[in-house]
Design a protein around this ligand. Sequence first.
Ligand SMILES: C[S@@+](CC[C@H](N)C(=O)[O-])C[C@H]1O[C@@H](n2cnc3c(N)ncnc32)[C@H](O)[C@@H]1O
Length: 194
Amino acid sequence: MDLSIDLYQRYLQHFANTPGWFYLQSAAIWDTLLSYQEASNNIGNILEIGVFQGKSAGMLALHRQGEETCVFVDPAPLHEVRQRIEQAVPGAKCEYMQEMSQFLPRHSFVRDAARDFRWIHIDGEHSAQAVSNDLALAEMLLSDRGILVLDDSTSAATDRSPPPASSSCQPRRTPPARTHGARRRAATWKARRG
Ligand SMILES: C[S@@+](CC[C@H](N)C(=O)[O-])C[C@H]1O[C@@H](n2cnc3c(N)ncnc32)[C@H](O)[C@@H]1O
């Protein structure tokens, strides 16, 4: 099995200096796992909840293939992220949704593309309630051989107490230590072949 490092090199070239919380060690692990999925014909859409400036989304866009769609979700505007990704990966099929993840179940793709995602990264609001919602969503969307990546799953904000009003994950100045790990019709993304 050929696990080339070409995409990793392209990632470094385009996204290494993008601000965010995605360390190069994580990028290397993602690149290996995503490449393995591709080499083993594991096809599916890709979802990221919590995009910030696109540092980890860039790696996902680089690995998108064929009819797959990348879905990037963040309540903050994603115009700059779109520009950055389109410059680095021209023609990549990506959907940029300015939305809070707890409202994603209102969107028809959750029903129409159920079990059709090979990679889901949960890195949005880190309150217990929000993470619980995101996990429930991931359970609906992730395919049998899909990979779920959870960010900051052991951070203090993920305890069982009710989240304070200010607990939504806002852009932080200093990256914290991390513990880690289609086609479109209306709002439908089908990533499978045939
Ligand atoms: C830690 S940052 C994401 C870091 C990013 N993955 C990277 O590679 O740098 C968390 C992001 O989650 C977003 N966010 C906060 N609440 C959210 C929610 N309810 N749903 C989706 N995203 C949310 C914030 O706007 C912020 O951009």
